[in-house]
Write a new protein. Structure first.
Ligand code: ACO
Length: 325
């Protein structure tokens, strides 16, 4: 039997950080942010919330939607670059909180592409017959690694989590193709330099702000425009679908201009694309599953629809997938 998505869920922290709020924090303005990125506001985790809390809330909803209980889960994969701590993994923290006592658990690090990497892993385990139900979560609390004195980055990011439960689905439905890619030569374009084994945290690394996300925005932009189009085209071809067959495109939500470039290349009108970057900013691994969960909630996804997921991120990494809903 094919493998597909049995249920989706999402969680967004309450607090909104608007462009007007940012105008009071750094030398920026609403017009610049909207015209360059399409972002109007983002959600920011409360001080007591960490990535596992966001992931847990989204997971509860995904389990409910899938109609299974936590003890029926065989594996939990959390895609994140902002784990609660180095170890234990955030997936283990979520496993404990859900009471998913039969599930194995691990984190996956592929930045904004992490959710698609997670789907590919999970569907492989199910297709092989190793596992029946796998929870895949994309969760990030980017506000904790963002320098709110740096206008180049602080306007871009937000916090959130999205989750899906994967399992067997009837013939004719489910995942049709995956493409995962990486180019480590671009790793320095998007990174956190400090805090790891290369440059352990010290008072000096903190003073030098090496615990914050660093980004070369222009180069990442060019890379993103290139791989979003090519990865989507590759998964379409693998699945035997044409561009015109796409019912819904769910791209990573980093910048409206990157999304528009992908739409142009795929010859798709904007109404065939889920866009929520205006309300959430870039939530890294959470962007695609939150957009998917919203599309499901809004009734934009119907049985038999052909959906393309596509994302890019730090690593550099990229990933795409086609699903028949
Ligand atoms: N407000 C006002 N001015 C600003 C701001 C701001 N918030 N930020 C930068 N500027 C200035 C710059 O200083 C620069 O000024 P200068 O020309 O005097 O030096 C000017 O605006 C133009 O900067 P550009 O780099 O040309 O702006 P660009 O059009 O490239 O947009 C942006 C910048 C939005 C960052 C874009 O490059 C982008 O979206 N890049 C991709 C980002 C991305 O997708 N990152 C993924 C990260 S995901 C992950 O893995 C966590």
């Amino acid at each position: 039997m094919p493998v597909g998505i049995l249920g989706t869920g999402k969680y967004s922290p309450e607090r909104r950080l608007t462009n007007q709020d940012l105008e009071a924090m750094v030398d920026t303005n609403d017009e610049w942010i909207v015209s360059r990125t399409g972002i109007r506001e983002r959600r920011i985790a409360a001080p007591h919330e960490a990535t596992s809390d966001l992931a847990y809330e989204a997971s509860v909803k995904a389990l409910e939607a899938a109609g299974i209980t936590a003890d029926q889960l065989d594996l939990i994969i959390v895609a994140t670059i902002t784990p609660d701590m180095f170890f234990p993994s955030t997936a283990c923290l979520v496993q404990e909180r859900l009471g998913a006592k039969n599930a194995a658990a691990f984190d996956l690090s592929a930045a904004c592409s992490g959710f698609i990497y997670g789907l590919a892993n999970a569907s492989g385990f199910i297709a092989m017959g190793t596992y029946k139900h796998v929870l895949v979560v994309g969760a990030d609390t980017l506000s904790r690694i963002t320098d709110y004195t740096d206008r180049n980055t602080c306007v871009l990011f937000g916090d959130g989590a999205g989750a899906v439960v994967l399992g067997q689905v009837p013939e004719g439905r489910g995942f049709r193709s995956f493409k995962l890619g990486a180019d480590g030569s671009g790793g320095n374009l998007l990174c956190i330099r400090g805090g790891g084994s290369r440059l352990p945290s010290t008072a000096q690394t903190v003073a030098d702000k090496h615990h914050f996300l660093y980004m070369n925005g222009r180069d990442v932009f060019k890379f993103a425009v290139r791989v979003m189009g090519s990865a989507a085209e590759e998964v379409l071809e693998q699945a035997g679908f044409a561009k015109q067959d796409i019912d819904l495109l769910i791209p990573h939500q980093a910048n409206i201009r990157i999304i528009q470039a992908a739409l142009e290349r795929l010859e798709l009108p904007e109404e065939k694309c889920v866009i929520n970057v205006d309300r959430y900013g870039n939530m890294s691994a959470a962007s695609i599953p939150v957009a998917l969960a919203e599309a499901v909630e809004q009734g934009r996804v119907k049985e038999g629809d052909k959906i393309v997921l596509v994302g890019f991120g730090g690593g550099l990494t990229w990933g795409a997938s086609t699903i028949v809903w």
